[in-house]
Every structure is written in structure tokens, then in C-alpha cells.
Write a protein that binds this ligand. Structure first.
Ligand code: 5GP
Ligand code: ZN
Length: 137
């Protein structure tokens, strides 16, 4: 695993602007921010993405995300915050070490998302719900 750039940052082999650290978690500024203050939060242990990250790890990280989001919003006088996680290449994942993006949003910043949203066709919504519920059984 240890071509992983985030593992190298966690190990202190590559510098980063760290903003939060505890036993299990590290958060630092993204090198190419969508907006100033764009932050990445991650477990120190290497997992690829959401699918293989244990529930306990996610449970630990959730309140850290909240705490950092509140601090970032205040510190940077942001108007809002997006929390995002990319899983798999098709979803935009570039670094395969579990991480969550905290993106401060500024009124009029022009960052758009959910482009391509469309209404369901007739009957498609119920079929979709059934497919997902089947998987949960
Ligand atoms: P992903 O697309 O995998 O969800 O996001 C990876 C993020 O990591 C990108 O936003 C990218 O700018 C950031 N990134 C990649 N390499 C480095 C690095 O060496 N240092 C920092 N601070 N951020 C990085
Ligand atoms: Zn890693």
C-alpha cells in the first residue's frame, strides 16, 4: 500500500498544512482547493474508500467532520459547507485512501454540482427503490 500519498503525509514523510489530529484521524488543507480552506479528513489507517472502512472508524470521524466544518465556516466566514466523499474513479476518486472533503462555499463562487440531474421516467422511481431495498434485505 505504501505508494499512498496520504499515508506518506500521515507518516510525516511529506509535508501538509495539518489542521486537526487525534489518535485515529488527520485533517489537512487540500493542495488544490475548490475554495480557500478546502480540507481533507481521513483515518490514519489506510482503507481505500467508504466500502472497506470499518463502521467504528466512520463513527469516530463523523463528529470530527462536524467540528471542523463549524470551525472552517466561522474562520473563513463561509456562507455554507459541502461535505463530499468520492468513491471509485468514476465518482472522481483520485487518491485511494479514505477521505472526506470539507468545502467552504461562498455566495456566488460559481461551484456547481448535481449537473445532469433529471426527473425519473414513469415507474422508474419505484423500481429503483425496490432494487435498493432488495439489496438491504
Ligand atoms: P479525491 O479526488 O481522491 O476525492 O481527492 C483527492 C484530493 O487530494 C484532491 O482534491 C487533491 O487536490 C488532493 N491532493 C492530492 N495530493 C495531495 C497532496 O500531496 N497534498 C495535499 N494537501 N492534497 C493533495
Ligand atoms: Zn494510505
Amino acid at each position: 500500500m505504501n505508494d499512498c500519498i496520504f499515508c506518506k503525509i500521515i507518516a510525516g514523510e511529506i509535508p501538509a498544512e495539518k489542521i486537526y489530529e487525534d489518535e485515529q484521524t488527520l485533517a489537512f488543507l487540500d493542495l488544490h482547493p475548490v475554495n480557500i480552506g478546502h480540507t481533507l479528513v481521513m483515518p490514519k489507517v489506510h482503507f481505500e474508500n467508504l466500502y472497506d472502512t470499518p463502521d467504528e472508524v466512520l463513527a469516530h470521524i463523523a463528529p470530527v467532520i462536524k467540528k471542523l466544518a463549524v470551525a472552517i465556516k466561522k474562520a473563513l466566514k463561509a456562507d455554507g459547507i459541502n461535505i463530499e466523499m468520492n468513491n471509485d474513479s468514476v465518482a472522481g476518486q483520485l487518491v485511494f485512501h479514505t477521505h472526506i472533503h470539507i468545502v467552504p462555499r461562498i455566495e456566488g463562487d460559481g461551484f456547481t454540482h448535481w449537473r445532469g440531474a433529471r426527473p425519473y421516467n414513469e415507474g422508474e422511481m419505484a423500481v429503483t427503490r425496490e432494487k435498493i431495498q432488495e439489496e438491504l434485505r
